[in-house]
Design a protein around this ligand. Structure first.
Ligand code: UT7
Length: 389
């Protein structure tokens, strides 16, 4: 079992903290309700709601993709943070449904934002991906190598579901959430993280892809997984999830030097309402302390934590100085928890300056023009070379 954890830094004058200063989310326009699902899969609203807490999920239309959803969420997050795309040093997209193997979804978002000072890459840690990515960005900020990072969780799970498999297709939906992390000398922000992996459970939750030992579309893997389709051993993953949520939250609290009772709100990966209730019981926390919006979104994998975070902020469930625990779990197997001491103004108090807003919109327009003109110039140069040779 591989382990990684990072604890709280000591207070001194040179100390840098990583604060969440912006947030945004995007959901596709189309909704698929349980009743609609049951017209083409052998299931029903009663079963789905009672066993999972899900009533509906959003599904990407033809013109929507992981990158377009990520881009929308990113624009909102930059708006709240009131910084320019060119202020970003790093863009990480946590996803299991990237646009391509490469180029990364993060590189596409970087281009569309005109964030030309930023490095960009995708991170693969399934439903734990957002917490992994946030931890990587926070550590880079605290180490002093970057000032500002955009961390996104974005998914189009609808495109890797086997719509004949009622044990998985009822659970997942599409969406994206993003946060801007920024360096500050003010104490708080990301306090501690715990990242874990147990690859012995790799056959319990999987999407085989190119390079897989089973990379032949006509065959199914040993566990029944088809190429590019999700496979899940539901009840085993359920048991794993209830165990690791409480365990990793306790570990991240210990690393930050606080009691679990001091947590004001848990923003968990939105997999199943029964999992969240069981985890709350194990931790001895009131179930109300677990943010839940899976009734409307289903499980959006790496996007579920940042989407739930945005909704918690919108519902004013997060106040200044609150201790917020994020916890993700899923394929790998992987799991990750993080403790944040919140320290930014509420959205109503945070008025982006008019001038910066206009500058951001100019940069988005420049980005589109710049990409097109670069491609066009490459094409012309190619033609010229062909004629010359
Ligand atoms: O995001 C990554 C992490 N993912 C998770 O954490 C998901 C963890 N797993 C779960 O949430 C649950 O295991 C499921 C929601 C996937 C399944 O719930 P369950 O209570 O574990 O049900 P089950 O698989 O044990 O199935 C119970 C019964 C079975 O029928 P029999 O054999 O008892 O007659 C299934 O065939 O329910 C049946 N069933 C369904 N019935 C109607 C399974 N899926 C459905 C369905 N509609 N969609």
């Amino acid at each position: 079992m591989a382990t990684f954890s990072s604890g709280v830094q000591k207070n001194d004058e040179t100390e840098r903290h990583a604060h969440v200063v912006g947030w945004g989310m995007a959901a596709p326009a189309s909704v698929l309700t349980n009743d609609e699902l049951s017209t083409f899969v052998d299931t029903n609203d009663d079963w789905i709601f009672a066993r999972t807490g899900i009533r509906q999920r959003y599904i990407a239309d033809e013109g929507e993709s992981t990158a377009t959803l990520a881009y929308k969420a990113a624009q909102q997050a930059l708006e709240v943070a009131d910084i320019l795309p060119t202020d970003l040093d790093l863009i990480v997209v946590a996803t299991s449904t990237p646009e391509n193997i490469f180029p990364s979804t993060a590189s596409l978002v970087q281009d569309w934002l005109n964030a030309h000072e930023a490095g960009a890459f995708d991170l693969s840690a399934a439903c734990s991906g957002f917490v992994y990515a946030l931890n990587m960005a926070a550590d880079s900020i605290r180490a002093g190598s970057i000032q500002a990072a955009l961390v996104i969780g974005a998914e189009t799970m609808s495109r890797i579901l086997d719509w004949q498999d009622r044990s998985t297709c009822i659970l997942f939906g599409d969406g994206a959430g993003a946060v801007v992390l920024q360096a500050s000398p003010a104490p708080g922000g990301v306090l501690s993280s715990v990242l874990r992996s147990d690859g012995a459970g790799s056959d319990l939750l999987a999407i085989p892809s190119v390079g897989s030992i089973d990379a032949d579309e006509s065959r199914a893997g040993a566990n029944g997984a088809k190429l590019y389709k999700m496979y899940m051993a539901g009840s085993e993953v359920f048991r794993f999830a209830t165990r690791v949520i409480s365990e990793s939250i306790e570990q991240t609290c210990a690393a930050a030097g606080i009691e679990t009772n001091d947590i004001d709100l848990v923003i968990p990966h939105q997999a199943n309402r029964r999992i969240l209730q069981a985890a709350a019981r194990k931790l001895g926390l009131d179930a109300d302390k677990f943010m839940s919006n899976l009734e409307r979104y289903g499980n959006t994998s790496a996007a579920s934590i940042p989407i739930a975070l945005c909704e918690a902020i919108e519902q004013q469930r997060i106040q200044d100085k609150d201790h917020i625990a994020l916890v993700g779990f899923g394929g790998g197997l992987t799991w990750a928890a993080m403790l944040i001491r919140w320290g930014v103004p509420q959205p109503s108090a945070q008025q982006g300056s008019m001038l910066n807003r206009q500058r951001r919109h100019v940069q988005y327009r420049i980005a589109r023009w710049r990409s097109r003109s670069r491609r066009w110039r490459r094409r012309v140069n190619r033609k010229v070379r062909e004629i010359r040779d």
